[in-house]
Design a protein around this ligand. Structure first.
Ligand SMILES: C[S@@+](CC[C@H](N)C(=O)[O-])C[C@H]1O[C@@H](n2cnc3c(N)ncnc32)[C@H](O)[C@@H]1O
Length: 194
């Protein structure tokens, strides 16, 4: 499988999300960053849907808020200045098990402090919580990077999660996965439809 062009990887991940989301869905952006993925999810779930977006950096939450206000999508988004590992504490009881798409774009905030990166342990927990809260037919998407310090270790955790899901018989794709440092890849795991 050919490596995914890094410039196109986020676009590809967004397309993988929008082809699943329906108006009224709940969606999760595990790494809000500048809010681009959050805005894409918010557009796809429509005014009757809702997006929970997480980031541990106030700067990222502020950037995301700004984008969502400018695009008039803020009313359907909850921005959480907390770790994606706390996802379950944020979903209301009615939203648990009802998430259409959860997306994670790992690594660091582009243009921000490159030493603040997603971490293997919290990423692993968040991926598992997000997957277990998908609705039937829902999708987990995770963009993993191997080019920064710590990236390969985190990518290996994502890969282990992928292999466990595949061994359990789930539909798993590893788009652009190459055991070569420096290349991003996209994990896709679909929850079986009911
Ligand atoms: C590659 S950026 C995300 C880009 C974003 N999806 C966008 O569309 O602009 C990764 C983000 O993950 C955030 N992050 C790091 N650890 C986190 C954690 N435990 N929970 C939530 N976000 C985290 C970083 O602060 C950074 O903003």
């Amino acid at each position: 499988m050919a490596p995914v062009n890094p410039i196109r990887v986020t676009e590809r991940a967004q397309k993988l999300a929008t082809e699943i989301l329906r108006p009224g869905d709940i969606a999760v952006d595990g790494t809000a960053g500048k809010g681009r993925d959050t805005a894409c999810l918010a557009q796809a779930v429509g005014p009757s849907g809702h997006v929970h977006a997480f980031d541990i950096q106030p700067e990222a939450i502020a950037s995301s808020r700004n984008l969502l206000e400018v695009t008039a999508l803020i009313d359907r988004v909850s921005l959480h200045l907390r770790s994606h590992a706390e996802l379950v504490d944020v979903l209301t009881p009615a939203q648990r098990g009802k998430v259409g798409v959860a997306i994670f774009n790992l690594g660091y905030l582009p243009g921000g402090d490159a030493s603040i990166i997603t971490q293997p342990t919290s990423t692993d927990l968040a991926l598992r919580e997000a997957f277990s809260n998908l609705r039937p037919g829902g999708r987990l998407i995770c963009v993993a990077y191997t080019g920064h310090p710590g990236g390969t270790e985190e990518s290996d955790i994502v890969l282990k999660f992928a292999e466990e899901q595949a061994a359990a018989g789930l539909h798993v794709e590893k788009i652009g996965y190459y055991p070569t440092p420096g290349k991003p890849w996209i994990l896709v795991v679909n929850k079986p439809a009911a």
